[in-house]
Design a protein around this ligand. Structure first.
Ligand code: KIV
Ligand code: ZN
Length: 384
C-alpha cells in the first residue's frame, strides 16, 4: 500500500480565488486546523507577492510543527530570497519554485526560448537548494507542454537537485487519460525519475480536477496538491477532501492511503468556508450540507434498514452524522423514527393521522423542521 502525500495549497492557490483575502491570523488558524487534519505540506502563501503575505507565511512557519511549510516563488532569486526570509523559522521549510513551460506561456507570457527556460529552471533550483532542505519544481502549464521538452525540463530540474517534481494541469485542460499518460511518459523517459517524488496539481475548469488527480495516482504519482472545498483560481483546484475520501473508500482499487485524520474533514471545511467567505454548495461531494441527507421515502426506508443501501461513505468518518430530511417524498418509516427521536412515540392510529397532516404540510413547505413536527404533535394533543 503506497502512502500519498497531501500538499495543501488552500492558503496560496485557494487564496487566489477572486474576493478572498486572508489575514496572517486567519492563515495561522487554518494552518493549525490543517495540521490536525494531517496534511503533509502546507503552502502558506507566496512570500514575494506582498509584505503582508511574507509576514503571514512567516507566522504560519512559526506555528506549524507537524507539516512542512512551503512558499511559492517564481524562478528568480529575489522571490527565493523572500521565501527563505519567511520560512527559515519553520521546522521543515519547503521551497515551491515554478516556471511555465508550455509554448503558449513561453511565447506570450515569458518571451523566452526553450533553452532560456531550461537554464532558468536549473538556476532557480540550484539557488533554492543553497537554503532549503526540500525543493519542489513545478513546470507551470505542464499539461499543454510538448512532452519531449517537458522531459528535458524535468531532467534539468532533477539534475539541479529538485526532490519533488510537480506537473500541473494549470488550466484544467487535460482528460484523466491524458494526464495519466503524461506522468507515465515522464516515468519512462527521464533518467533518475525514481529518485524524486512526482506531484499532481489539477485545476477544475472542466470539472475534472479530482478525476485527474486520481488518474495521476494510478499512474504512480506519490503526491497530490489541492485545496479544502476545492477553492482556487477560476473554477478552483482539486478538492482534497474528495481525493482523500475517494482513496479511502476505494482503498483496494487505488492500493493507496493518506495520512489524513478524516474525522477532521468536516471541521476543516467549515473553517475554510467561514474565513474565506466562500460558501460550500449543498450538493458538493463529501462536505456539502446534503452529502449525507436523505429525503425520499424509498431511500429513507433503505437507510433505516441498512445504511450501506444509500451511503458509500459513513458521515461519522468525516466528523458528521446522517441526516434524514423530512419532505414531501418522505415515508412513514422515517416519520415514525423521527417522532420517536423527538420524544413522541405514536400508536399506529395516531401515526396515520399525523402522517396525513405531515404530507399536507410537506406539499406547502420544502423542508419540515423538528419544530414543525413538534407543532404538529402538540396541535393534535390540544385537539384531543
Ligand atoms: O496551477 C499552477 O500551475 C500553479 C503553479 C504555480 C504550481 O498553481
Ligand atoms: Zn494552481
Amino acid at each position: 500500500m503506497r502512502t500519498i502525500y497531501i500538499f495543501d495549497t488552500t492558503l496560496r492557490d485557494g487564496e487566489q480565488s477572486p474576493g478572498v483575502n486572508l489575514s496572517a491570523r486567519e492563515k495561522v488558524e487554518i494552518a493549525s486546523q490543517l495540521e490536525k487534519l494531517g496534511v503533509n505540506v502546507i503552502e502558506a502563501g507566496f512570500a514575494a507577492s506582498s509584505p503582508g503575505d511574507l509576514e503571514a507565511v512567516r507566522e504560519v512557519a512559526k506555528s506549524v510543527k507537524n507539516a512542512s511549510v512551503a512558499s511559492l516563488a517564481r524562478s528568480v532569486r529575489g522571490d527565493i530570497d523572500k521565501a527563505w526570509e519567511a520560512l527559515k523559522v519553520a521546522e521543515s521549510p519547503y521551497l515551491h519554485v515554478f516556471l511555465a513551460t508550455s509554448p503558449i506561456h513561453r511565447e506570450y507570457k515569458l518571451n523566452m526560448t526553450k533553452e532560456q527556460v531550461l537554464e532558468r529552471a536549473e538556476e532557480a533550483v540550484r539557488y533554492g537548494k543553497k537554503f532549503f532542505p526540500i525543493v519542489e519544481f513545478s513546470a507551470e502549464d505542464a499539461g499543454r507542454t510538448e512532452i519531449d521538452f517537458l522531459c528535458e525540463v524535468v531532467d534539468r530540474a532533477i539534475r539541479a537537485g529538485a526532490q519533488i517534481i510537480n506537473l500541473p494541469d494549470t488550466v484544467g485542460y487535460l482528460t484523466p487519460e491524458e494526464y495519466a499518460e503524461m506522468f507515465a511518459e515522464i516515468r519512462r523517459r527521464v533518467p533518475g525519475i525514481e529518485r524524486v517524488r512526482l506531484s499532481a496539481h489539477c485545476h477544475d475548469d472542466l470539472g475534472m480536477a479530482v478525476a485527474n488527480s486520481l488518474a495521476a495516482i494510478q499512474a504512480g504519482v506519490e503526491q497530490v496538491e489541492g485545496t479544502i472545498n476545492g477553492i482556487g483560481e477560476r473554477a478552483g483546484n482539486a478538492a482534497i477532501e474528495e481525493i482523500a475520501m475517494a482513496i479511502k473508500t476505494r482503498e483496494s482499487f487505488y492500493q493507496a492511503q493518506t495520512t489524513l485524520n478524516l474525522k477532521e474533514i468536516d471541521r476543516t471545511s467549515r473553517l475554510v468556508s467561514k474565513l474565506t467567505g466562500m460558501f460550500v454548495p449543498a450538493n458538493k461531494a463529501v462536505v456539502g450540507a446534503n452529502a449525507f441527507a436523505h429525503e425520499s421515502g424509498i431511500h429513507q426506508d433503505g437507510m433505516l434498514k441498512n445504511k450501506s443501501t444509500y451511503e458509500i461513505i459513513t458521515p461519522e468518518s468525516i466528523g458528521l452524522e446522517t441526516r434524514l430530511v423530512l419532505g414531501k417524498h418522505s415515508g412513514r418509516h422515517a416519520f415514525r423514527e423521527k417522532l420517536e427521536q423527538l420524544g413522541y412515540p405514536q400508536s399506529d392510529d395516531q401515526l396515520n393521522f399525523l402522517f396525513a397532516r405531515f404530507k399536507e404540510l410537506a406539499d406547502r413547505k420544502k423542508e419540515i423542521t423538528d419544530d414543525d413536527l413538534i407543532a404538529l404533535v402538540e396541535e393534535k394533543l390540544t385537539d384531543s
